[in-house]
Design a binder for this molecule. Structure first.
Ligand SMILES: *Cc1c(COP(=O)(O)O)cnc(C)c1O
Length: 394
């Protein structure tokens, strides 16, 4: 593997145990070969369309447009099979595994959406699936755990420090190190060692490509703003990729502000982190003065991660994308507002991007176009919402 490959400025790379280097090289080689292979592309296109439901619609939200004072569109990744953008990457990497002759998949998961996507492709391709999931997340995302088990996946509880996504990735990497021969690690976000950030971006960039075509068809011009929530950064980079070379399109990544950025209970890695190495890549990381990774906090399991994909660190440093936060309380307000006024349950993760936008009310010109990537649906979060706001369902 070439030293500069998988670098975004100073970020990225592959800081992994020796035993993983040849496996990552094999994966990189297979990815670059198959990515441009006509049969592979045709197979992925058919599955994306007929199995997963692409293209997803671009929906003009009258209610949000009225609140914010401009044209607000939602890119409906929540309508994809499985209820989130995760299956774009699941299908792509699942097919990679198949073509590489691997029949055992492992994955980490936070909210359970990536575990679900992996269980889904595993069931469809007849592969054995193990999903590593923190015990805290198992508790708060039980419907997804049950679905994974129904599809035949084994859910492996991870205790670790906080029982969330960071610990699940640690255990999945450890397991992979001991089972490299027959196991494919289907990594869920645009982070981790090279080539994962490149692979995940590639399979998610369909989101922005569709957005771009749909917006041009509908309005005759590009959007003024594209905004997406950022956990590890896969739905955001997927939404941004097609617009990075259009400097007039503002790119906004919304992190989990948790209780607030002035507390230590948040997951705003790009705003509050420092450069370090986590899970095999150099990027912004939430850490204390001694460089110890600190626990993140968010109402949404999918954003509860103290790291972030290296390309976002780069886009931040060069000023191409801006990174902001939404707090737990406003996310809950937004979840209810969208249920009441749009009849849509947004995933808590996706509600962060909408919550940020609602806070910008009055800041845009009436003709401005804002596209929010609605990364997933919130059925998995209904129970949690009712625990936080029991009065809303009475
Ligand atoms: C997993 C997930 C996220 C966060 O992951 P990214 O890699 O940052 O996209 C966001 N939204 C939903 C619905 C998810 O399932």
């Amino acid at each position: 593997m070439m030293k500069n490959k998988g670098r975004f400025g100073d970020y990225g790379g592959f800081y992994v145990p020796e035993v993983l280097i040849p496996v990552l090289e094999e994966l990189e080689e297979a990815f670059y070969r198959l990515r441009d292979d006509d049969d592979f592309k045709a197979e992925l296109d058919v599955l994306s369309r007929d199995y997963a439901g692409r293209p997803t619609p671009l929906y003009h939200s009258d209610a949000l447009s009225k609140h914010v004072g401009c044209h607000v569109y939602l890119k409906r990744e929540d309508l994809m099979h499985g209820g989130a953008h995760k299956l774009n990457n699941g299908l792509g990497q699942g097919l990679l595994a198949k073509h590489m002759g691997k029949h055992k998949l492992i994955a980490e998961t936070g909210a359970g959406q990536h575990g679900l996507a992996t269980a889904t492709i595993g069931a469809m391709l007849g592969m054995d699936v193990k999903v590593f999931m923190g015990v805290t997340d198992i508790e708060r995302q039980m419907p997804n755990v049950q679905k994974m088990r129904l599809m035949g996946a084994e859910v492996i509880p991870v205790t670790g420090a906080s029982g969330t996504l960071k610990d699940a990735i640690n255990d999945a990497l450890r397991y992979w190190t001991a089972h490299v021969d027959d196991t494919f690690y289907l990594f869920g976000t645009a982070a981790g060692p090279h080539p994962y950030p490149v692979i995940v971006r590639h399979f998610q960039q369909i989101i922005g490509e569709e957005m771009r075509v749909q917006c041009l068809e509908r309005t005759g011009r590009l959007p003024n703003v594209v905004a997406a929530c950022v956990g590890g950064g896969s739905n955001a980079i997927g939404a941004f990729a097609a617009f990075i070379d259009d400097p007039e399109v503002r790119l906004v990544g919304v992190e989990a502000g948790g209780y607030g950025l002035d507390t230590d209970k948040h997951a705003s890695t790009l705003q509050k982190g420092k450069v370090g190495v986590l899970h095999g890549a150099r990027s912004y990381v939430l850490q204390d003065a001694n460089g110890q990774v600190i626990e993140s906090h968010s109402v949404s399991a999918g954003l509860d991660y103290p790291g972030v994909g290296p390309e976002h660190s780069y886009l931040k440093d060069i000023g191409r994308a801006e990174y902001v936060s939404a707090m737990d309380e406003e996310v809950l307000d937004t979840f209810l507002l969208m249920a009441r006024e749009e009849g849509i349950f947004p995933a808590f993760e996706s509600a962060h991007a909408v919550a940020w936008l609602l806070r910008q009310a009055g800041q845009f010109k009436a003709e401005d176009i804002v596209i929010i990537n609605l990364s997933g649906r919130g059925d998995k979060d209904v129970d949690a919402f009712i625990r936080y706001r029991p009065e809303s369902a009475q």
